[in-house]
Ligand binder design. Sequence first.
Ligand SMILES: Cc1cc2nc3c(=O)[nH]c(=O)nc-3n(C[C@H](O)[C@H](O)[C@H](O)COP(=O)(O)OP(=O)(O)OC[C@H]3O[C@@H](n4cnc5c(N)ncnc54)[C@H](O)[C@@H]3O)c2cc1C
Length: 503
Amino acid sequence: MDGEPADASISQVSRKPNSLPLVTATAPTKHLSMSPPLLPPTISRHVAVIGAGAAGLVAARELRREGHDVVVFERDDQVGGTWVYNPRVEPDPLGLDPSRRIIHSSLYRSLRTNLPREVMGFKDYPFIAKNDKKRDQRRFPGHREVLLYLQDFAREFGIDEIVRFDTEVVHVGPVKDNIGKWIVRSRRKICDDVREAGFGFDFEEEIYDAVVICNGHYTEPRIAQIPGISSWPGKQMHSHNYRTPEGLQDQVAILIGSSASSVDLSREIAGVAKEVHVTSRSVADETFQEQPGFDNMWLHSMIESAHDDGSVVFRNGRVVVADIIIHCTGYKYHFPFLDTNGIVTVDENRVAPLYKQVFPLVLAPWLSFVGLPWKVVPFPMFELQTKWIAGVLSGHIALPSPEEMMEDVKAFYLTLEASNIPKHHTHNLGGSQFEYDNWLASQCGCPGIEEWRKQMYHAASKSKLLRPETYRDEWDDDDLVLEAYADFIKYTSKSQSNSCISQ
Ligand SMILES: Cc1cc2nc3c(=O)[nH]c(=O)nc-3n(C[C@H](O)[C@H](O)[C@H](O)COP(=O)(O)OP(=O)(O)OC[C@H]3O[C@@H](n4cnc5c(N)ncnc54)[C@H](O)[C@@H]3O)c2cc1C
């Protein structure tokens, strides 16, 4: 792309009762790089949302509430994204082959949420237990209940109607000659039996004012680099392709990583395997600990090397002859469809340069990313990020000048550097997640994260560490649960005001 995209065109809006606002006329106007977007309010944009997971669904809702004209592209045949459990796995268990047939979800069959449902749900659409025997009423429900909740959300807000299912976005790029619009090229699956490239798809190319990327970031595996692994004869897989412990009976398994998935998988596998060895880079080199409650599971420091006789050597000096290594080592940000002529880059898992984790500097606000931060409570953060995006696009909310945004981004990266935080942790919000959420809320004129939600999140995190086996069924924050449910009452009335921006 030459230079920056121009300001998306100002569109006149006409409304029909019970319908989306219609964009009736467009005309390209100013270039964004020169000045902050001082837009008159309530401008309706033609917006493409990529993905109908939790982020895409709430993006669609917030954009529509703001009066935008929205199309959601979803390559699956239903909403829910990650929460659509798929018993199938990819043919390449490590997920290294770029041409492999992608299975989007990384859920394992036994997965229950690692957050209490009160914390996890959208702020104004609480994830409350349904009085219905067919629903999972547990505080930390199984994955199907989250999918049902997202389906309820999509139905309640009429999002299903604007999702193009089985439709994958294959290209997003600025329109040539800088007229300030985006080309979105997509392909709709019309036949499942695709034997030849290109066969079985309907291709379409359209122009949008803005694109909101909600494609998820738990699909493209990151693999640990292990000296000697190429000659190691055992099996390897990434947790993305783990569904059940089937096939691991009496095996010796090594799990790399100490993430939430590793905690769950190691315990499930220890139930059938001969030995489970978990390696973590956040423990001291000499670490070698039998795990409480298990006589066949140990925690080690990192792997030093792997060898052709099947042995794996840890930094603590222990040697284990293993059958399988499971990489619970996280995921890479991946936007194979995005072509910004190098303006947006992904380097060492940093998506850059982004203002407040959402807007690429010179492309703001016409391109945005939802849900990049991790170590967060995702749904409420998606809700606030998308309220912000919707308000900025309509002109209700102003962004700082490009220069100010640039300064902010530079200062952020310098702070990370000064604190020795590696580049690949750029989107790890960890301790500052609620501060970030509250900043977004302040931009939108909305209430921030509820005090009970913060306290409940911290209580659950503590409980998870103390009792990883049982935290989902034992807790001591009933007082906070009562507070949460008292708060939820205000959202049960359908007559509630929909957008806090307009309040
Ligand atoms: C194993 C695991 C456990 C988790 N547990 C929890 C938990 O307990 N609590 C919690 O709050 N969060 C949990 N999460 C985080 C979870 O990912 C988020 O809660 C949330 O579901 C992410 O939503 P998303 O919309 O960003 O992405 P996704 O849910 O991944 O949705 C992205 C959507 O985009 C679609 N898509 C991708 N590319 C394209 C394209 N080119 N064209 C069209 N469509 C496309 C996909 O098909 C998908 O539907 C967990 C994640 C994992 C992997």
